[in-house]
Design a protein around this ligand. Structure first.
Ligand code: FUL
Length: 502
């Protein structure tokens, strides 16, 4: 071994000893020996010498970055799939489509944005480029774009019009830019295509103002061997972080995680604290394999998993699901729009399970959201707003902290019928609650309304209608002192009745 190598190893050892010491000091601080609280933002590497209990305790001190927190607060976002596939009636184009096919007859981005904003959606994410490679903005990287289409005589820019409408109606904006590109000639020549992709990202993230989310899709279909592409994720991340430091990077990005299905449901137990990371390099792929985890895994955050992990991340779930069976518009699906009942169920199982809902809508060949879809979105937005606008509890917003087993009672404003309880943890102090229980006072005693596992940013518990004047929330298990931020009681009317009356 050369003396250089010796110095290198000694430095490495010193660094490890130093980091271990640092983490141990932090453990000491979070163990209650210090009044001041310390948190780990976004990621946390465990030192080698640490007990299982200490690992669980540290997991309770992992918190979101401010952009992750802002994103979580949006609760409901909208996806828009619009592009070449809208005109070819396909879900996945092959990249050989003639740009002349792209010609919406009554394109109106304001109609999309007004509808979505009124329905309560926070960010609008547009498919700037899908797998077929057709770009909805006049890019310098390819002629396969709106600039070669007859729409607005080749002078149009869908991204610009949607972003302008978002600014006008105060909606946040995000982009979906598919890494898989079936049109780009350079696809498969890795450095060359990566440079093209970076140029596309740069155009979109430099020329359209504030961008709040960049959706990096993981789909990569079968391609001939000479077109197998190695993406340079690290470089993509750098461009996004530099140009739009407030944007979250989703799915193949490391700020927001794909929930693992496209049905609209998060898990009953949904942890934002997890060892999972997107499969962007060999080391990450190996670590995910060692732990046996993937976005669709049943368990992403249990104590058993944490004990086996080397690192943990704040990596919250996003639930993407479409209002129609497909992502793009297909006339034959006009009768298959999700019912209000299905949408409300999705809301309870996404927003109500510590995830953010990303509901997709599909403008048609006119460039408009079909009237039936607009009506359904209106109905859904009104249902959610009217159900959750009025909290029936006195002092629901008074924050409290408790150890395992602690509880708090809440009076209702008046004796009233309820069927939903909403709970929120203060995730700025971590996600900690592992199980809770809700009871209602009935006569002289208490009746159990239900129980659940994780809370996180928001948890909704649904039960049969009950008339009561007092409820009790008990924190059964928690990884450290639980910080409850907000509790609500609501009455959600039957969706059938609601649909008939509105
Ligand atoms: C997937 C894509 O392959 C679908 O076409 C769609 O865009 C969906 C949201 O993501 O990975």
């Amino acid at each position: 071994m050369s003396s250089n190598e010796n110095i290198f190893l000694a430095n490495k050892r010193m660094k490890r000893i130093f980091l271990t010491g640092l983490v141990l000091i932090l453990i000491f601080m979070v163990s209650g020996c210090s009044k001041k609280k310390y948190f780990f933002e976004k990621e946390l590497a465990f030192p080698k010498i640490i007990t299982n209990d200490q690992k669980i305790k540290l997991a309770a001190y992992l918190v979101p970055t401010s952009r992750q927190y802002e994103w979580q607060k949006t609760e409901m976002n909208a996806f828009i799939h619009f592009g070449m596939n809208t005109f070819t009636n396909r879900e996945w184009g092959n990249g050989f489509e003639d740009p002349a096919l792209f010609n919406p007859t009554a394109f109106d981005a304001e109609q999309w944005v007004k509808t979505l904003k009124n329905a309560g959606f926070g960010i609008l994410i547009l498919t700037a480029k899908h797998h077929d490679g057709f770009c909805l903005w006049p890019t310098e990287t390819t002629t396969h774009s709106v600039a070669s289409s007859p729409w607005r005589n080749g002078e149009g820019d869908v991204v610009r019009e949607v972003k302008d409408a978002c600014d006008k109606y105060k909606m946040k904006f995000g982009i979906y830019l598919s890494p898989w590109d079936r049109n780009a000639k350079s696809y498969g020549d890795s450095p060359q295509y990566n440079a093209l992709f970076i140029k596309q990202l740069t155009e979109l993230l430099s020329n359209y103002g504030e961008i709040d989310e960049v959706w990096l899709d993981g789909a990569k279909g079968e391609e001939p061997l000479e077109r197998v592409q190695e993406y340079d994720w690290e470089a993509f991340y750098k461009v996004i972080d530099q140009l739009q430091p407030r944007a979250v990077k989703a799915v193949m990005g490391n700020d927001v995680r794909w929930v693992g299905n496209e049905k609209g449901f998060a898990r009953e137990t949904e942890w934002s604290v997890t060892p999972l990371q997107p499969n962007i390099d060999v080391a990450t792929i190996k670590e995910n394999e060692r732990l046996g985890i993937s976005p669709a895994a049943e368990d992403l955050g249990s104590r058993e998993l944490i004990v086996r992990a080397k690192k943990l991340y704040w990596y919250p779930a996003e639930v993407n699901v479409s209002l129609r069976p497909g992502w793009f518009y297909h006339p034959e699906e006009d009768q298959q729009i999700k019912t209000l009942k299905q949408l409300v169920d999705i809301y309870y199982k996404s927003v109500g399970r510590n995830a953010v809902l990303l509901l997709n809508v599909s403008p048609d060949t006119r460039g408009l959201l079909p009237e039936t879809d607009v009506k359904r979105l209106e109905q859904f937005g009104n249902y959610i707003a009217s159900t959750f606008d009025e909290n029936k509890l006195v002092d629901g917003k008074v924050a409290w902290t408790t150890k395992q087993g602690g509880f708090r009672e809440y009076d209702l404003l008046e004796n009233d019928t309820i069927n939903t309880i909403m709970l929120q943890e203060d995730i700025k102090q971590g996600q900690r609650v592992e199980s809770f229980r809700v009871d209602a006072q009935m006569g002289n005693g208490w009746k159990k309304l239900g129980e659940g596992t994780t809370i996180g940013y928001k948890r909704l518990l649904k039960f049969n209608d009950v008339a009561t004047s007092k409820i009790r929330i008990t924190i059964l298990e928690t990884r450290d002192e639980a910080n409850i931020l907000n509790v609500g009681a609501f009455y959600a009317p039957p969706t059938e009745e609601y649909s008939a009356n509105k």
